[in-house]
Design a protein around this ligand. Structure first.
Ligand code: HEM
Length: 406
């Protein structure tokens, strides 16, 4: 066994540690650090240390909770609860050993089982920058999910409030952890949170007790239903990011775009699925999945003690050179030859905490791509740079796409 390395930022910036890189860095600091320091390394964030793991087998071991060593996310001191207090008691914040988690999970799973994403997306024929494109997708998905959860047709202005509110909170995500007072940011977060809560409360008031989410969780009061709705809707950005990324990939691989167009009416073709899979491999928007160790363990050669926090860094897992040939390249055909890809592919997590919206999200990305490619050709309107910044999710660098009618 070896001792995992420590990022060199720790001794120089003991208070802030790597937080400065996460907050202010214009690049994917964790991916680069993993390349330099290996499959497991310690990162210091405001005096707390976390073990970042980028090896697929170690990642699977944690997410699959082998030997019951990683049963929880940290509970009330968990990442989401601390960083996003407004999600309150939503599903993603409960520890898996808690019976309430099981109940919430089952309710959300039932709602998603009968929810299909929209089939048409009305992407405009023009040049659209990435952020505007994502915002349009987010608006559409929020409207769709509010219908699925609460059987309410949301007012477009309310949808904007929610989409823009989440964007603000997501952008400020790492700033919120800086260890000094930030009165302006704190005030902004409080105002945005109040608007989000008031909007969702109105939707709940307009919904009936028979609406799916309320029907499956009949004893939850308005406040808890609101937490649940907010904690789910928070993920619409998580969905829009790889969707935009997939469109970028098609814009820069016009041969694959043409092939996809030609394949859409062939029921035997799985090209669309392979493209979505490859986009999610290259752009796993949830890049940071956290657990707390309940037993001593060893991960990628690093000793883990009880109570240590472990972060699965999905971009490193998805580009691990032992598991992926030419990991940085967009190659949907790689899944034809490699039947073993699931060992190192986990954008939706794994096992019991697998993303509850996995099917919906995968199908939503596929339906955007199919809809766009059927009616338009997509090309890059500005040079497209690879790499991401990080906030609540991976944040793609700014870029514009041109959609032209066929
Ligand atoms: C491409 C889009 C998405 C990706 C890549 C993604 C990724 C993930 C990942 C990695 C996890 C596991 C976290 C963990 O193990 O701690 C997760 C959990 C979860 N996701 Fe998603 N997600 C996406 C879309 C969505 C959407 C659209 C929703 C809801 C509207 C959603 C709701 C949830 C919830 C509630 C959980 C927690 C489940 C639990 O704790 O039992 N996700 N997601």
């Amino acid at each position: 066994m070896t001792t995992a390395q420590v990022t060199p930022t720790a001794p120089r910036l003991p208070l802030v540690g790597a937080l400065a890189h996460l907050r202010f860095g214009g690049h994917d600091f964790l991916l680069e650090t993993g390349r330099r320091l290996g499959d497991a390394y310690w990162l210091y964030l405001c005096g707390e240390r976390v073990l970042v793991v980028g090896h697929p087998e170690a990642a699977a071991r944690v997410l699959e909770n082998v030997n019951d060593a990683y049963p929880d996310k940290g509970g009330s001191s968990g990442f989401r609860r601390l960083s996003l207090p407004f999600v309150g008691s939503g599903l993603s914040t409960w520890n898996a050993m808690d019976p309430e988690w099981r109940r919430r999970r089952s309710a959300a799973a039932r709602v998603f089982r009968s929810s299909r994403p929209p089939a048409s997306w009305s992407v405009p024929f023009s040049v659209v920058d990435g952020s505007t494109l994502r915002r349009g997708l987010e608006r559409r998905v929020v409207g769709d999910l509010v219908r699925h959860f609460l059987s309410v047709d949301a007012d477009p202005r309310d949808i904007d409030t929610v989409v823009d509110g989440f964007r603000t909170l997501g952008r400020d995500f790492w700033s919120g952890k800086l260890p000094w007072p930030q009165p302006l940011r704190t005030r902004r977060a409080a105002l945005v949170t109040a608007d989000l809560e008031a909007t969702v409360d109105r939707w709940i008031l307009d919904s009936s007790v028979g609406a799916p989410l309320r029907h499956h969780l009949p004893d939850l009061g308005t406040e808890r239903v609101r937490d649940e709705v907010l904690s789910q809707l928070l993920s619409v950005g998580t969905l829009a990011i790889p969707t935009e990324w997939a469109l970028r990939l098609l814009a820069t691989h016009t041969n694959i775009q043409r092939e996809l167009r030609a394949s859409l009416d062939d029921p035997e073709s799985d090209l669309l699925s392979r493209i979505v899979r490859e986009a999610l491999r290259l752009c796993p928007s949830t890049y940071w999945v956290q657990r707390r160790a309940a037993r001593p363990d060893v991960l990628a050669g690093a000793a883990v003690a009880v109570d240590d926090r472990v972060i699965i860094h999905l971009p490193s897992v998805h580009r691990h050179p032992e598991f992926w040939e030419a990991p940085g390249e967009f190659r949907p055909e790689r899944y034809l030859a490699n039947q073993d890809w699931k060992r190192a592919w986990m954008p939706f997590g794994r096992a019991s905490r697998l993303c509850v919206a996995q099917r919906y999200s995968f199908d939503a990305i596929a339906s955007v791509l199919a809809d766009v490619v059927r009616t338009s050709s997509v090309e890059a309107a500005t040079p497209l740079q690879s790499g991401f910044r990080v906030g609540l999710n991976l944040i793609p660098r700014t870029a514009s796409l041109r959609f032209s009618p066929l």
